[in-house]
Design a binder for this molecule. Structure first.
Ligand code: 8OZ
Length: 361
C-alpha cells in the first residue's frame, strides 16, 4: 500500500465520517478576546477545514477550570455564540470540528480564581512550573484538594459544556484527559494521593474520568465523544509509577463506552510528549482498546502512513505542521514542500503567524 493509499482512505469514526486520516491536533493559540472566540479565530479554523477532523484548542468548561491567558472558554452564551461562528465557517468550508473540553485543575492560578482562591486539584500537591497569567508567568501554587461534592459539580460542568457544544453545532467533543490537566492529575499517582474512592488503585484514579465520560456521553452521545490522553507527558510535574498498567486499564475500561475515538499524544520522537527513558505506552493502549485510535506526536507523512499500514493507529493527528500549513492534507497528498512554523508566534497576538501562512502555490 502506498503512503497515499494508507493516508487517504475514508474512516467512520463514531457518527463522524473522516474523508481521510489526517487530523488537526488541538493547539492552544491564545487569540481569544476575553475568552470569546473571535472572527480571526473563525478564519484560522476555516482555513484548516481540509483536516479529516479539527480538534479545537483546549477550551475551559468553567471559570474555575480556566488558567491560560488568551485561551477560549465555553461556559457563557457569548462564548458559545463565538464558537457557533467558528463552527459555521468550518462547516461551510466542508470540514468537521469537535470542541476540546478542558479543566486545568492545579495548573490554573489564584489570579484566575474567584476571590484569589487557590487552584483546585485531586491532592494538595503543586505542579512544577509557571502559570500564564494576564500579568505574566507565576509559579504554580499548592492546589486546594477537591471535596467529593466539588468533583460531582465539575462532572456537571463537563455535561453543561457538552450541551453548549451541541447547541453551537459542533460535530462532537473531545475530553481533554492529557498533558497534566485535571483528569490527568486524577489518573496519575504523582498528582493523586487521595485516600477516598478517587485515589489509590488504578480503578479509583480512573473514577473521575469514568464519571466525566458518563456525563458527557449522556449529555450528547458516545459516538460524538472522543478522549485524549498523554501517557508519558512528564511536564508540569506529572508522573506515574506504572504508565503501561494505568493506560492499559484505561484502554480496556473505555471499550464499554463505545466512544468515537481515543486520541493518544505520545511522540514517536523523544521530547515533551515522550520521555525517552521509558517505553512508549501507545502500543499497550492499542492492544487493550478496540475502538478507533488517533495517534499524535512527531509524525511526518512516511511515519504516519507506516503507522496506519502497520495497524499501530487508524488516523494520525498533526499539530505544529497544521499551524504552518492550513492545507496540510493537500500538501501531504502531493508531496509538496511544507511551510515551517514560527515558534515565536505560537502564543502571540494578532494575525501574524496565525492566519497568514500561505496556501500551496
Ligand atoms: C500549550 C500551551 C498551553 C496549553 C495542552 C492545552 O498541552 C495545552 C496547552 C499547550 O494540552
Amino acid at each position: 500500500m502506498s503512503d497515499n493509499d494508507a493516508l487517504f482512505q475514508p474512516l467512520q469514526v463514531g457518527a463522524i465520517e473522516f474523508p481521510h486520516r489526517i487530523v488537526m491536533a488541538p493547539l492552544t493559540r491564545a487569540r481569544s478576546t476575553d475568552r470569546v472566540p473571535n472572527e480571526m479565530m473563525a478564519e484560522y479554523y476555516r482555513q484548516r477545514a481540509g483536516a479529516a477532523l479539527i480538534v479545537t484548542e483546549a477550551t475551559a468548561i468553567s471559570a474555575e477550570g480556566y488558567g491560560w491567558h488568551g485561551a477560549p472558554a465555553m461556559y457563557t452564551d457569548e462564548q458559545a455564540a463565538g464558537w457557533a461562528r467558528v463552527v459555521a465557517g468550518v462547516h461551510e468550508a466542508g470540514g468537521r470540528i469537535v470542541l476540546q473540553l478542558w479543566h486545568m485543575g492545579r495548573v490554573s492560578h489564584p489570579d484566575y480564581q474567584a476571590g484569589g482562591a487557590a487552584a483546585v486539584g485531586p491532592s494538595a500537591i503543586a505542579a512544577t512550573g509557571e502559570a500564564h497569567t494576564p500579568t505574566g508567568k507565576k509559579p504554580y501554587v499548592v492546589p486546594r484538594q477537591l471535596t467529593i461534592g466539588d468533583v460531582k459539580r465539575i462532572v456537571g460542568d463537563y455535561a453543561t459544556a457538552t450541551r453548549r457544544a451541541r447547541e453551537a453545532g459542533f460535530d462532537g467533543v473531545e475530553i481533554h484527559g492529557a498533558n497534566g490537566y485535571l483528569i490527568d492529575q486524577f489518573l496519575r499517582d504523582g498528582s493523586n494521593q487521595r485516600r477516598d474512592e478517587y485515589g489509590g488503585s488504578v480503578e479509583n484514579r480512573s473514577r473521575f474520568l469514568r464519571e466525566v465520560i458518563e456525563a458527557v456521553t449522556a449529555a450528547w452521545s458516545a459516538d460524538r465523544t472522543g478522549l485524549r490522553v498523554s501517557p508519558t507527558m512528564n511536564g508540569q510535574g506529572m508522573s506515574d509509577s506504572d504508565p503501561i498498567g494505568l493506560y492499559s486499564y484505561v484502554g480496556e475500561m473505555l471499550n464499554q463506552y463505545g466512544l468515537a475515538y481515543l486520541h493518544v499524544a505520545e511522540s514517536i520522537r523523544p521530547g515533551r510528549l515522550f520521555n525517552a527513558d521509558a517505553p512508549r505506552v501507545t502500543p499497550s493502549i492499542r492492544a487493550a482498546y478496540r475502538g478507533v485510535l488517533i495517534a499524535n506526536g512527531g509524525y511526518d507523512k512516511q511515519t504516519a502512513a507506516a503507522a496506519i499500514r502497520d495497524g499501530a493507529a487508524d488516523a494520525i493527528a498533526f499539530g505544529q505542521p497544521f499551524i504552518a500549513n492550513p492545507d496540510l492534507p493537500t500538501r501531504l497528498r502531493s508531496d509538496a514542500p511544507l511551510n515551517e512554523p514560527n515558534v515565536a508566534t505560537y502564543y502571540s497576538e494578532g494575525a501574524a503567524g496565525y492566519t497568514d501562512y500561505p496556501l500551496m502555490p
